[in-house]
Design a protein around this ligand. Structure first.
Ligand SMILES: Cc1ncc(COP(=O)(O)O)c(C=O)c1O
Length: 396
């Protein structure tokens, strides 16, 4: 039998999806599952985006430019300019989701064995992208006690080695919901300039900032023109996860020229989805206002509900639509499986994502779960109640 690669065997399983077979078995038993484990929003995709595809009369579904439609890139630059992110269409490469942009970024700045420092817990697929790129992730721990604020800069500094190529942040954070302050971004900028390393900022949740706080982008700092790379996506912004459109943005010409070679190798991003994404830029502000209002009230309901459960500690998210909760259990993996296999309340249960997979330090976050508040309030309320009863029974 021919052998698969070491790289292939090192690819981590997604902590978000690995419980799916247990969920499928529960559904077969006729159980209803409230899915708090996955960041698939239930918000409607804007009509302007869907209509653009419905009304299109393409006759040849041809390749597009490797960097994406020029018209789309220029319009997208206009969106960024309104967000105080002064970029042009030439500084944008359209990718197949933010996922591909992350791969292009890693491929463009790091060689095998190079290191990227990331505050943990972090979006679990960074592990997979790092393995695929041969990059070593060096974690710096952020803590639930501070709502996962930026760790002290001295902690980053301790980890910087000749192999360090970048610091990667997710702002607002998945899975933490933390929104970095302007002050924190400036501290990171000083550090990047001092050590001449890149800052890669994954800003796919930019629009999801609550309590009137303004998101502050890494791209808003002119001193970082050669050091900043932004990752973005339409997946969450317009509830268009299936469109698979994202982008890589940088004012560093060499980064763009290099990422462009990766883009050329895969030819082009998908066509209809670019049409939808370009049209989505016409989405009225009222759509976002309604979405933010909805997520804010879901967040408040969830956090209040979790705080009422004995032994639960939770970080209050200021952005995105996730929170990390520490539960009165010793192993969230076991607990999450038990919820699907052995527990039910009126034939219903909940599915959560064990948080250990969002850390790269072994045995960290073992009693934590990530909860996504992507359910309607009445379902979220039911799910919190199920979790409360389940914890009591689990700890009997
Ligand atoms: C933080 C973060 N970055 C990137 C992605 C990937 O997004 P896309 O669907 O655009 O590939 C996700 C998806 O959940 C995410 O949460």
């Amino acid at each position: 039998m021919p052998k698969i690669s070491v790289k292939g065997s090192s690819m981590p399983e997604s902590p978000i999806r690995k419980l799916v077979p247990f969920a499928e078995a529960a559904i077969k038993k006729g159980r209803k599952i409230y899915q708090l484990n996955i960041g698939q929003p239930d918000i409607k995709t804007p009509d302007v985006a869907l209509d653009a595809v419905r009304n299109h009369t393409i006759e040849v579904l041809s390749y597009s430019h490797s960097a994406g439609f020029e018209g789309y890139r220029n319009k997208l630059a206009g969106y960024y300019q309104k967000k105080n992110i002064p970029v042009t269409g030439e500084e944008i490469i359209i990718t197949t989701g933010g996922s591909e942009a992350l791969l292009f970024a890693m491929g463009s700045i790091a060689d095998a064995g190079d290191e990227i420092i990331i505050p943990e817990p972090f979006y679990a697929n960074y592990n997979g992208f790092a393995v695929a790129s041969g990059v070593k992730i060096v974690p710096v721990e952020s803590k639930i006690e501070t709502d996962f604020a930026l760790p002290p800069i001295s902690e980053f500094e301790k980890l910087i080695s000749p192999k360090t190529k970048a610091i990667l942040i997710c702002n607002p954070g998945n899975p933490t919901g933390y929104l970095y302050t302007e002050e924190e971004i400036k501290q990171l900028a000083d550090l990047a300039l001092k050590h001449d390393i890149f800052i890669v900022a994954d800003e796919v949740y930019r629009e999801f900032a609550y309590d009137g706080i303004q998101h502050f982008s890494i791209m808003s700092l002119p001193q970082l023109k050669d050091h900043a790379i932004m990752i973005d996506s339409v997946s969450k912004r317009y509830s268009m996860c299936g469109a698979r459109i994202g982008c890589l943005v940088s004012k560093n010409k060499e980064v763009i020229a290099t990422a462009m070679k990766f883009a050329q190798a895969r030819l082009s991003p998908p066509t209809f989805e670019q049409i939808a994404s370009e049209a989505a830029l016409e989405t009225p502000q009222s759509y976002f206002d309604d979405v933010i209002e909805e997520y804010t009230s879901r967040r408040n309901l969830l956090i209040e509900g979790l705080k009422q459960i004995e032994g639960v500690k939770v970080a209050v998210p200021k952005g995105a639509f996730y929170c990390i909760a520490e539960l009165p259990i010793d192993n969230a993996d076991k607990f999450a499986k038990w919820l699907l296999e052995d527990f039910q309340m009126d034939n219903e249960t909940v599915m959560v994502a064990p948080a250990a997979g969002f850390y790269s330090t072994p045995n960290t976050g073992m009693n934590q779960v990530r909860i996504a508040y992507v359910l309607k309030k009445e379902n979220l309320e039911k799910a919190i109640n199920i979790l409360k009863v389940a914890l009591k029974e689990y700890n009997k």
